[in-house]
Design a protein around this ligand. Structure first.
Ligand SMILES: Cc1cc2nc3c(=O)[nH]c(=O)nc-3n(C[C@H](O)[C@H](O)[C@H](O)COP(=O)(O)O)c2cc1C
Length: 363
């Protein structure tokens, strides 16, 4: 079946048709009126590429460097919770797909597989761990130690979720994470004998996390720490000052605070504030290779994709996720070639301009 799907939108439709409505609502949905969810996708379309002709290239490459290691493309797999809801192998299949295409996967704290299992499933893959911080520092430390001990190269601290967003699709469908589908690394870190529910897990997280905590985590954990969920120049500057090794421009895929800017709109001010001191990544609404090209031209070092990879996993397991990642890579390569660029690094702000139509939206 996946042979007939030619782009991410095809995977989105196929996943919607396949998944139980409650599960689909959980993965597709956003917060409140889903203003930001929709604008994340449309905002990339408010930019236009300015391609250069007769550039004289015969070969194009999508490879890039991030945090001292190579990637086959500047497109990573974003942390998405509870992947066993859509595929029996869940995060293990996703990790294999990411490794097969040569990119890194970021594993959620709310994963249904432990870091060690993910490492064993795809030992050759590059892996990062997304961290939610708990009130009990010992729990947070145990999660970090397990991930770092399993070869995870970076910790990505998510800072946009002091409380969970209001997901009205879930309220309407009455969706609940099935009992028994727990988060084994959190369970182990808590020393609990039974699976902990998502509500219990959220209640144990620390809503009062501050920049000093980030600085402490960055100094303690022994691997680079990135901050995920930054939308303003002010917070980008604070993240760098407090030891972040990278900043991820993200609004959690429109699932936390509604009516925040689309990430395409927040990206330029963050890039300008960071001034090249650390890598800037962005996620949210990336559905096409041209979206990736626009993000890179605006100054991002890489993007992450959440739902697209998840749709691939839902539709075709590991092979489905792999096909989505390969499609995005092929689309990016074509976009580079048609822009007159032979590599991701060659894209600059001169390769993009805002469409006149976007001025109404951005006013
Ligand atoms: C169902 C779902 C679960 C998510 N779980 C997490 C999570 O556990 N931790 C986290 O930092 N971000 C989480 N995110 C946000 C993603 O990491 C990412 O920011 C977002 O999906 C990017 O937008 P996109 O889906 O349009 O690519 C989740 C997103 C979705 C859709």
């Amino acid at each position: 079946m996946i042979d007939d799907l030619v782009n991410v939108a095809d995977f989105e439709r196929a996943a919607e048709g396949k998944l139980d409505p409650g599960i689909a609502g959980y993965f597709f949905g956003g917060a409140c009126d889903e203003v930001t969810l929709g604008e994340n996708v449309s905002a990339w379309r408010h930019w236009r590429l300015r391609p250069r002709m007769l550039a004289g290239h015969r070969e194009w490459r999508t490879e890039s460097e991030l945090l001292g290691g190579g990637l086959s493309m500047p497109i990573l797999v974003a942390p998405v919770a509870y992947q066993r809801l859509v595929d029996p192998d869940g995060e293990l299949a996703m990790a294999r797909a990411a490794a097969a295409v040569g990119t890194a996967m970021c594993l959620s704290t709310l994963a249904t597989a432990r870091p060690g299992e993910v490492a064993a499933a795809a030992p050759e893959g590059r892996r990062w761990f997304q961290l939610y911080c708990f009130r009990d520092e010992g729990v947070t430390r145990a999660l970090v130690e397990e991930a770092v001990g399993s070869g995870f190269e970076a910790i990505v601290v998510t800072v946009d979720a002091p409380r969970g967003g209001r997901r009205e699709r879930d309220l309407r469908t009455g969706f609940r994470i099935p009992e028994g589908l727990g988060v084994p690394s959190v369970q182990a870190a808590l020393g609990s004998e039974r699976a902990v529910t998502i509500e219990e897990t959220f209640a144990l997280m620390d809503p009062a996390l501050g920049w000093a905590d980030l600085e402490r985590i960055a100094s303690e954990c022994g691997v680079p720490v990135l901050v995920k969920g930054v939308l303003t120049a002010e917070d980008a500057a604070l993240a760098v000052e407090h030891g972040a090794a990278g900043v991820v421009v993200s609004n959690h895929g429109g699932r936390q605070l509604d009516c925040v800017p689309a990430t395409a709109d927040a990206l330029p001010e963050v890039v300008d504030a960071v001034e090249g001191r650390v890598p800037v990544l962005v996620d949210g609404g990336v559905r096409r290779g041209t979206d990736v090209a626009i993000a890179l031209a605006l100054g991002a070092d890489a993007v992450l994709v959440g739902r697209p990879a998840l749709w691939g996993l839902a539709v075709g397991g590991e092979a489905g996720a792999l096909k989505v990642l390969r499609l995005l890579r092929a689309e990016l390569e074509l976009a580079l070639a048609l822009c007159g660029c032979d590599s991701p690094d060659a894209l600059a702000r001169t390769h993009v301009k805002r469409t006149p139509a976007a001025s109404v939206y951005s006013a």
